[in-house]
Design a protein around this ligand. Structure first.
Ligand SMILES: [Zn+2]
Length: 371
C-alpha cells in the first residue's frame, strides 16, 4: 500500500480514531436497522413517519434518539408513557456498533476502504437475520438490494474481491452471484424433489377442519406455525363440500397460504375466515428446507465476497443448522416437523468467512496442492 493512499484515507487521524468512528456509525446504522426490522415485514415505509413510541405514538425528538445511550438512560422505557421498549433495540444497536468497529480493526490495516464495503454486508446480515428469525422471511430490499450493492462496491473497491482492477472485481462478483443462485436454487429444487409436498391421505370423504390456529384431520391436529415456513407455502385440497360460517361450496379447490385463502378463483383473507369445514380425500402440505429468499440471500453474499464464500457459507450454515436443530430436538424444544429460519445460519457462516474463514480456505487449498 503506497503511503499516500493510507494518509489520504485516514485523513491524518490516528488508527483508533477511526475505530471510534466505525463504532458510532455502527450504532446509528443499528438504530435505522431497528426501524427496518419492525416496519419492513409489516410493509410500512422505513422513512416516514419518524420514530415514535408504538404504545402512545409519542414522536421521539432528535435529542432523545441517541443510539444505545437513550435506551440505557431511560432504562428501556418510553420517555412519555413509560411503556417498556424491547431490549432488542439496544442489542441491535450494540451488535451493529461492535460489528462495524471489529471490521475496521480486522481490515483497516490492510486497506482503509475495504471495511466500508464489508460493513454494508454486515448491516444486511443483522437486519435480515432479525427479520427472518421472527417472521421467516428475508425482504428483497436486503437480498436483491444487497446483490446490486455488492456488485457496485466490487467495481468501486476492487480490493474487496482481492483484485486490482474494477473489471476483474466485477467478474468475480458476477461469478459469485451466479454460483450463489445456482447452488441454492438447485438445493431448493432438489429438496422439493426429495421431500416433495407431503400428501396426507385421509379416509375418503373425511372431514378436515380449519380453525384460527391450524387444521384438524381425523387423527391429528397441525398448527399453522408448523406448516407454513415461507409466504408462498400452500396447503392444497379439493373439497367435495366446503362449509364456511356464512356459505357453502361444492367441488372446489382450496388453496391456503399464510396471507391468502383461495376458494376456486375467489381470493379471501384468512383472517376473515376463522373457521371452515371441508370434506375431501387428501390434503397436500408444503415442505421445504430452504426457500427462494435464501437463494437471493446467497446471491448477495456471492456479490460481495465471491463464489468461494458462497460454498463456505452454504456448507457451514447447513452444518450449524443441523447441529442446532438436532440439539433443540434432543432437549425437547422442537420436534422434527417444525421449521427454523435458515437466514441467520447463512449470515453466521458468512461472518465466519469474513473474519478468518477465507484464510482457512486458502491454507487448506495450498496444503492440498502442495501434496
Ligand atoms: Zn410511549
Amino acid at each position: 500500500m503506497p503511503d499516500w493512499v493510507f494518509d489520504f484515507s485516514l485523513f491524518g487521524m490516528p488508527f483508533h480514531f477511526w475505530t471510534g468512528v466505525f463504532f458510532v456509525f455502527g450504532s446509528l446504522v443499528g438504530s435505522f436497522l431497528n426501524v427496518c426490522i419492525y416496519r419492513m415485514p409489516r410493509n410500512e415505509s422505513v422513512y416516514s413517519p419518524p420514530s415514535h413510541c408504538p404504545h402512545c405514538g409519542y414522536q421521539i425528538p432528535m435529542w432523545l434518539n441517541v443510539p444505545i445511550i437513550t435506551w440505557l438512560w431511560l432504562r428501556g422505557k418510553c420517555a412519555n408513557c413509560r411503556a417498556p421498549i424491547s431490549v432488542r433495540y439496544l442489542l441491535i444497536e450494540l451488535l451493529t456498533a461492535v460489528a462495524f468497529a471489529s471490521t475496521w480493526l480486522y481490515f483497516g490495516h490492510q486497506s482503509p476502504v475495504v471495511p466500508w464495503a464489508i460493513i454494508v454486508l454486515l448491516a444486511i446480515f443483522i437486519g435480515s437475520s432479525a427479520i427472518d428469525f421472527e417472521h421467516l422471511i428475508i425482504p428483497d430490499e436486503f437480498t436483491l438490494g444487497g446483490t446490486v450493492a455488492g456488485f457496485l462496491l466490487s467495481a468501486a473497491i476492487p480490493a474487496l474481491q482481492g483484485c486490482t482492477t474494477s473489471v476483474e472485481a466485477m467478474k468475480r462478483s458476477g461469478i459469485g452471484i451466479a454460483i450463489g443462485v445456482a447452488l441454492v436454487y438447485a438445493v431448493v429444487r432438489l429438496g422439493k424433489l426429495l421431500f416433495g409436498r407431503e400428501r396426507v391421505a385421509v379416509p375418503p370423504g373425511s372431514k378436515v377442519i380449519f380453525h384460527e390456529e391450524g387444521i384438524a384431520l381425523a387423527d391429528k391436529a397441525l398448527l399453522f406455525g408448523d406448516i407454513f415456513y415461507r409466504r408462498s407455502d400452500t396447503i392444497v385440497l379439493t373439497a367435495q363440500t366446503l362449509e364456511l360460517p356464512d356459505r357453502c361450496y361444492r367441488n372446489v379447490e382450496v388453496r391456503l397460504r399464510p396471507e391468502t385463502l383461495m376458494i376456486a378463483d375467489e381470493v379471501l383473507s384468512p383472517e376473515d375466515v376463522p373457521y371452515m369445514e371441508a370434506v375431501c380425500d387428501q390434503v397436500i402440505l408444503p415442505r421445504e428446507a430452504m426457500g427462494f429468499g435464501d437463494v437471493k440471500f446467497m446471491a448477495a453474499i456471492g456479490a460481495f465476497l465471491g463464489w468461494q464464500a458462497v460454498v463456505f457459507s452454504f456448507g457451514g450454515s447447513a452444518l450449524m443448522a443441523a447441529g442446532i436443530g438436532v440439539s433443540l430436538i434432543i432437549i425437547g424444544r422442537r420436534d422434527w416437523s417444525s421449521r427454523l429460519p435458515f437466514g441467520p445460519y447463512i449470515a453466521a457462516a458468512a461472518t465466519v468467512w469474513i473474519f478468518g474463514g477465507s484464510r482457512l480456505w486458502q491454507w487448506y487449498w495450498e496444503r492440498l496442492r502442495g501434496g
